[in-house]
Every structure is written in C-alpha cells, then in structure tokens.
Design a protein around this ligand. Sequence first.
Ligand SMILES: [Fe+2]
Length: 176
Amino acid sequence: MNISASDRARLLKAQQGELDGVVTYLRLAELVSNETDAKTFKRLAADEGRHAAVFKQYTGEVLQPKRLQAIAVALAYRLLGKRILYPIIARFEYSAVPGYEQLMKDYPEVGSVKDDEKRHGDTLKALLGNGEYNDAPLILPIASVALLVFSIFYRRRMYHGQSDRFLKGTDKTQEG
Ligand SMILES: [Fe+2]
C-alpha cells in the first residue's frame, strides 16, 4: 500500500496516541476507587491496544508507549477526582472522532476505531452516573491549606503595616 508522508505521520501519531491510551487506562484502573470503574478502564485499555494494532498494520512500525500522559492523568485524578476528570477524558475521546473520520476514507480499518472512541466517551460519561464517588480529590484540602496560609500571611501583613504606621506615627501610603 502506498502511503503518503503526511498520511504516514498522521497514522503514526494516532498509533502513538492509542498506545499511550493503553498505559493511561491501565494506570487509572489501578488508581480508581471502585471496581466498576477499574474493570471498565481495563476494557478500555484493551480497546486502545487493538486500535494501536490497527494503525500498526498501516505503518508497519513498532512503537513504545510513552508514560507522560498516564502520569499526568493519574495526577489529575488525584487532584480533581472523577467528577471533574472523567468528562475531560470523554471530551478527548470524542475529539479523536473527526480526525479518524478523515483517515477512514483511505484507511477503512480506522472506521471501527472511530466508532470505539465515540463509545469510550459515552462509557466515561456513564461511569459518572454509577453513583460511586468514593474518591477523595486533593484539590479541596490543597485549596483549604492555601486559603489558610494566605489568610495567615495576609493578617501578618496587616498587623505589620499597622505597627509600622503606629511606630512611625505616619501612614506609609502617604510617603514617597
Ligand atoms: Fe482508541
């Protein structure tokens, strides 16, 4: 099959994205706080592996998954929790669809991949509705600590500002 350089680049990029998706979903499966989500992510990881194989048929290239996305998504899960993160991942899944629709005109096998991405988006949204919200996003404690530190710092500044003015008998804002 004769593949143009630009198509080859797109197919390779898709293959890499699918491989990165495998490690990302496997990492999420380890992290998530309930069985339904973990099982689902393992299934999604298997799908992404199949997708990578579809693109490999065209590129003939063996690629290695990159872990950066998995690390970023794991961190985002810890920080944000599922209610914020899952819709973001769903949006990424849906966003792959138009590009794959283009590719499937010349590379028909991509058609099944495209259908799966749409289904993955729907699956992630469905997980949001399963009522299992026993994760503990760190964003709340982090925000509370930040607020506490800020309020202490702010009060100290207020206090110093007042004592300076008191000692000098003048208002600093009037100087200069
Ligand atoms: Fe995929």
